[in-house]
Design a protein around this ligand. Structure first.
Ligand SMILES: [Ca+2]
Ligand SMILES: [Ca+2]
Length: 146
């Protein structure tokens, strides 16, 4: 576990990773930091350096909610995550399961609110970039290697 975490951090700071998949130990085509930066750029809609709960909801619900139900079910999320972020099916399922905080099979407002609270370590109701980075590093650090 500790070795995996170190590997993930090494990838994050740009040190060469010994991976057959171009640096992502989970098989995705983007490095973890490339994925994190892409998500951050897309999520921070007003480019003020913080993510609000509304921005996080838009990023992880609205952008994936194809049928407009207000929640994102597994196949909606996994399909779109793989497509957007060039990730593997297995990794996309893992991300979905982490974001589905109450484990009822759908990512809804309550899940994102709980995720936001858990990620906002400074308790200022804003996600700073390092808090957001830590979330993604944690999610991918928890992931079993293929
Ligand atoms: Ca849920
Ligand atoms: Ca914060």
């Amino acid at each position: 576990m500790k070795g995996l975490l170190l590997l993930t951090i090494s990838c994050f700071v740009g040190i060469q990773c010994n991976s057959p998949h171009g640096g992502n130990p989970h098989g995705g085509q983007l490095l973890i930091w490339e994925l994190t930066d892409k998500l951050w750029t897309l999520g921070d809609l007003d480019h003020n350096g913080f993510l609000t709960l509304a921005e996080l909801e838009k990023e992880f619900i609205t952008n994936f909610d194809h049928d407009g139900s207000g929640c994102v079910v597994s196949h909606e999320f996994v399909h779109q995550w793989q497509h957007n972020y060039l990730d593997t099916h297995q990794a996309s399922v893992h991300v979905f399961e982490h974001f589905d905080m109450n484990r009822n099979g759908a990512i809804c407002h309550d899940d994102i609110a709980a995720l936001f609270t858990a990620t906002d370590h400074t308790k200022d109701n804003l996600l700073e970039k390092d808090e957001f980075d830590n979330l993604l590093l944690f999610v991918y650090g928890q992931m079993p290697l293929p």
